[in-house]
Design a protein around this ligand. Structure first.
Ligand code: ATP
Ligand code: MG
Length: 389
């Protein structure tokens, strides 16, 4: 039996004048995401995106991928059949059999896009509904709160039958929120923060800071694995690997120990801002959270971002750790995040970090460093790795 995939647009239908742009992005994201599974015709009509296989396609995998595309509230597979009332009934019985057996109440809803179809939509619903009731008498017809809605659509090429939809990925299509640099460590938090911003339609460029030989090749690989998991939602990404050893050694040699972390974090922000402006990004994203570690007090966060001009988004700022862990599990990054490789932040941790740094003392401490030269050097040393789905 031929089947297709239908995606119902979510929040984006509220976007008024931008709606067409949203739809175009959603359709091109779906096309790109489903490409590995065959050739599909993808188009939208009345807040629904239709994905029709052209020949032999891996529909199971395509459906799985469709559920990860941001911008769709619900996703459902539908069976195609001849545009004939009895063929439609037969298809409903075979395609939805398990749902029909499991439901206590139902209704049939029909849409007739092809006006040449000889029955009206109410007439078709009544015809199919009546015969389904004869066949599955345990189900009560219920027009208001049915457990199962049997959907029938009469379109140009065929008729389609589908039942309950599954939840889509929600959010907005990637690209409509512009581009941002996300600071991706190997920890639990930053992959979740990245996912959340991608869900709001943001195309991400991950930046990772590594301190060879203090951090290992394995730590770098771990971050690339996390980026790989994220591509399932974010699409392909170019990861920027920033050499950070020299900066950390200079800070350690020249600045007060209690300020090592905060000064180091300011360098991450400066370099990320450079990557952002080089790539047309509008903001930075981090996995920072209020109160989680010494560098994440309100005072420390303020000093961290004081050295840049772009806004910093911290989607996890008010989350409990447990909530972040749950999200990490549900998006599939948790198991990788907890692998035991060191991060450059932890290699040079002061014994007693200042939890409420003052900007004046930090600026004074930074006078010992040639900031511009260190940033230029690090940016020149960036290695870019393309991560595909
Ligand atoms: P995470 O679990 O994301 O590592 P964390 O709670 O361990 O976060 P920190 O190590 O203080 O917190 O880092 C705070 C944020 O700074 C991270 O969420 C991430 O956005 C960024 N960050 C930290 N280390 C790196 C790194 N090596 N490369 C890129 N970004 C980093
Ligand atoms: Mg960390």
């Amino acid at each position: 039996m031929d089947d297709i995939i239908l995606l119902k647009q979510g929040e984006m239908v509220l976007k008024g004048l931008n709606r067409r742009e949203f739809e175009v992005k959603l359709i091109s994201n779906i096309r790109r995401r489903l490409k590995p599974f065959g050739e599909f015709r993808v188009y939208s009509m009345q807040s629904t995106v239709y994905v029709e296989p052209q020949g032999d396609c891996d529909m199971e995998s395509a459906f799985g991928a469709a559920k990860t595309v941001f911008g769709a509230m619900s996703v459902v597979r539908a069976a195609a059949c001849e545009k004939d009332k009895d063929a439609i009934l037969k298809t409903a019985i075979s395609y939805l059999e398990s749902q029909l057996l499991a439901s206590k109440s139902f209704k049939v809803e029909s849409k007739r896009a092809d006006k040449r179809f000889p029955m009206g939509s109410i007439e078709l619903s009544q015809y199919v509904g009546g015969l389904l009731h004869d066949r599955f008498p345990h189900m009560k017809p219920d027009m208001h709160t049915p457990e199962l809605v049997v959907n029938l659509e009469i379109r140009d090429l065929a008729a389609y039958v589908h039942g309950a939809a599954e939840a889509g990925a929600g959010g907005l299509p990637i690209g409509v929120g512009g581009r941002m640099v996300t600071l991706l460590s190997g920890g639990i938090d930053s992959p979740v923060a990245s996912y959340m911003m991608a869900k709001r339609g943001v195309k991400l460029i991950p930046a990772h800071f590594f301190s060879h030989p203090y951090t290992s090749q394995m730590a770098k690989e771990k971050v690339l694995s996390l980026a790989k998991i994220l591509t399932k939602y974010c699409g392909r990404m170019m990861v920027e690997l920033v050499p950070f050893t020299k900066i950390q050694e200079e800070i350690r040699a020249n600045c007060p120990e209690a300020l090592l972390t905060i000064i180091m974090r300011r360098f991450m922000m400066r370099i990320s801002e450079r990557i952002a402006t080089d790539n047309g990004c509008t903001a930075l994203v981090t996995g920072e959270n209020l109160g989680q570690v010494a560098s994440q007090t309100a005072e420390a966060l303020a000093v961290t971002e004081q050295c840049i001009g772009l806004p910093t988004f911290r989607p996890l700022v008010a989350f409990d750790k447990q909530e972040i862990v749950e999200r990490a599990r549900s998006i599939g990054t948790y198991e990788t995040s907890v692998l035991p490789y060191e991060d450059c932040c932890t290699v040079f941790t002061p014994r007693r970090p200042r939890t409420k740094p003052k900007i004046s003392e930090v600026l004074e401490a930074e006078e010992a460093l040639d900031i511009a030269a260190l940033v230029d050097d690090a940016v020149r040393g960036i290695e870019r790795v393309a991560i595909t789905i």
